[in-house]
Design a protein around this ligand. Structure first.
Ligand SMILES: [Mg+2]
Length: 249
């Protein structure tokens, strides 16, 4: 599909999120990081936003030390901070050379995100919760995101996603689509500017094929469409959860 969209590249830098949830103890996070990098994934994202920001900083410091300076590191606060907390946290996080700080504020606080993007050197990423092109335009025109994070499933599919992508490109922004790497790999490959794709293995059981990773990038499959076939498991789940009722008369 990427070629039909006018792909600019045959692979997209990818990062792992699933190894760094807040509920995962730090030693396990570090093991997950090694496993992700061993698979060919190029960057690591960990969650922040604990009630005690000092605990977040300790964790990020340990992860940065583990990774060294060369591997891209992102953090994601999932809207957990108010404006004051976010300012303090962003300032403290500047030292870790992060690729971005994601959703430091409420997803609809476009002005708050814009103020952070203006004030700090670390790029701000947001947009995964938004559900329309218009909401994304509000974010983009206010300068709220250095990395725009549309989700094709949430904005209404590939066509509205492409409209968001064009708005981001016209405003010289970077893009990092949210979740569903199976679709977003193709869309990110067609983005002219800097982009990352999120490696999440959660949807893998739905498909027969696996996306190839190499040297920090996820490679665009050259098979037709998305390059994926629904798995027998997916079909079984579909049957299992579908109830067909006959209408009388
Ligand atoms: Mg996120």
């Amino acid at each position: 599909m990427a070629k039909l969209l006018g792909a600019h590249r045959d692979g997209v830098p990818c990062y792992n999120t699933s190894g760094g949830f807040l509920s995962t103890p730090l030693p396990e996070v570090l093991e997950n990081i090694d496993a992700a990098l061993g698979k060919g994934i190029g960057g690591i994202k960990v969650k922040v936003g604990q009630p005690d920001t000092a605990a977040d900083l300790e964790r990020v410091r340990a992860v940065r030390e583990h990774l060294g300076d060369k591997v891209a590191l992102m953090v994601d606060a999932n809207q957990q901070w108010d404006r004051g907390q976010a300012r303090r946290a962003c300032r403290a996080l500047e030292q870790f050379d992060l690729t971005w700080i994601e959703e430091p504020l409420d997803a609809y606080d476009a002005a708050g995100h814009a103020a952070l993007a203006e004030r700090f050197d670390t790029p701000i990423a947001t947009g995964e919760m938004l559900t329309s092109v218009a909401e994304h335009w509000d974010l983009i025109r206010q300068g709220s995101a250095d990395f725009v994070q549309p989700d094709a499933g949430r904005v209404g599919g590939i066509t509205p996603f492409l409209r968001v992508m064009n708005l981001a490109d016209h405003n010289h922004l970077s893009m990092a689509p949210h979740f569903a790497m199976e679709i977003h790999l193709h869309l990110a490959a067609a983005y002219p500017g800097p982009t990352w794709v999120e490696h999440f293995e959660w949807l893998e059981p739905l498909f027969e094929e696996r996306l190839d990773l190499s040297d920090g990038r996820m490679l665009v499959p050259d098979r037709p469409g998305l390059g994926l076939t629904p798995s027998a498991q997916a079909e079984a789940w579909t049957v299992q959860h579908t109830t067909i009722t006959e209408r009388a008369g």
